[in-house]
Design a protein around this ligand. Sequence first.
Ligand code: MCA
Ligand code: AMP
Length: 498
Amino acid sequence: MNNPLYDTMFAPYAGKDTPFLQLPEGGVITHAEFVNRAAQLAHALERYGVNTGDRVAVQVEKCPDMLALYAACAQLGAIFLPLNTAYKAAELAYFVGDSGAALLVGDPARADELDAVAKASGAAFATLDAAGGTLSDSADNQSQTFETVKRSEDDLAAFLYTSGTTGRSKGAMLSQKNLISNAATLKKLWQFTRDDVLLHALPIFHTHGLFVATNVMLMAGGSMVFMPKLDIDQMIEWMPRATAMMGVPTFYTRLLDDVRFDHSLTVNMRLFISGSAPLLADTHVAFEERTGHRILERYGMTETNMNTSNPYEGERRAGTVGLPLPDVALRVADGDGTELARGETGVVEVRGPNVFQGYWNMPEKTKEELREDGFFITGDLGVQDEEGYVTIVGRGKDLIISGGYNIYPKELELVLDAQVGVLESAVIGIPHDDLGEVPLAVLVPEAGVQIDLEAVKAAVNEALARFKQPREYRVLDGLPRNTMGKVQKVALREEFGT
Ligand code: MCA
Ligand code: AMP
């Protein structure tokens, strides 16, 4: 194959008039139209100076052209670097600078501030949204064919940034093979075919919506109801015409909260998949009672795509994330990587064709998390039963998962600690009915100083995306610490976590 990613995911659809994206606001984009558009965008990328191997940073609202840009990057051999649309300019500046992106593609409504971000890193800047933009204009005049650039399966296809416990985001480098192998495995396991219609309401800047959902559907040749975001009215309207849905647990709790959502809506559906955050066993049970469907829960990470899944045929066990995927080796290990006996709790480690190539420009970090024998240390605490089912029981890493988005307390604490009058801070996750968890910030004032909370909130709002911002603040005289001086977040969770 000349370019394995393009040749498996996109090339097979040239000239095929089958529906690929069904747009709830009206219209259908066929597979052929999609690959033609990708070719036009590949030409446009070249016009903006993008070469094979360059990073293309993309902060664009969910729309067909945003997805076609992923295909265009594959065809050109550029590295697709999608970014959360909620990120502020300060956050973006880091990603663009760190990755050395050749081009930043951003929202026309924020053109001025994003252009400045791009300029500061020496990147070119183009705009794109559902209505158009400079990249779209440039693509419109281009040929609908583009000579696919030769690549190998070991070449990089995407960077996804994932935060770390140090507060600094790391660019996870994913090769073509990482993406292709996982999509092929999941397609087969979950039995996706060209007859499937997937309800797609996830964002496409993360693994879940982009690689798990889209790559699997591309490989299967099916179609997607391509919703701009989760909208329960739209979901309910389209469900009778769909066969499958993928979502984070909040999707399921919101559906269950709606009295219109009942068994009759789901008779055409064959599969509901959940992941990115723990699905409560209660939600699993309530969903089955309401619809007769057992949600299939799976587990993965940005660095690895998917690692485990409950079976398609066979027992889907509530509260577990199922069995290791056929091509993934999984061990529950002690701190040294020695496998523990079944039933014992330890750190989950995984190895397989899905495991990433390392963190961009961070060889030390890569070494800390990728063992020499190829196992990646996930930082999740798990236990495996005699039959191999894995349960995630906690996290060794300090991480809050809110509505499927990861929030690293350290990143917030660094911002909070820098505020006037704040001596130190600690951020913990507290339970939230809708989002699972949300952050709460505990602030300790400098001696004799009264913290101006409104000023702190304003500074946080300037620095960090809304979804990361603490939902609540508490001011304490001091933080609980152990004898080693380490902050006892467990004690804070006990005090504030209910
Ligand atoms: C939106 N807001 C949030 C979140 N989403 N706050 C905390 N956590 C969130 N997840 C805030 C906004 O900033 C805004 O705040 C207000 O809520 C309303 O925003 P809106 O966009 O209308 O929210 P929504 O449509 O209700 O979105 C909630 C959502 C969405 C549907 C749960 O966040 C979502 O689609 N999450 C999926 C994330 C995902 O794809 N994760 C996969 C990562 P304000 O009103 O103050 O301005 S990949 C992964 O984890 C691994 C690899 C895996 O295994 O899949
Ligand atoms: P990310 O950094 O966005 O790739 O998030 C990956 C993390 O999400 C994992 O390390 C887990 O902590 C968590 N995660 C993903 N799927 C599940 C799941 N089904 N159950 C529990 N945690 C999950």
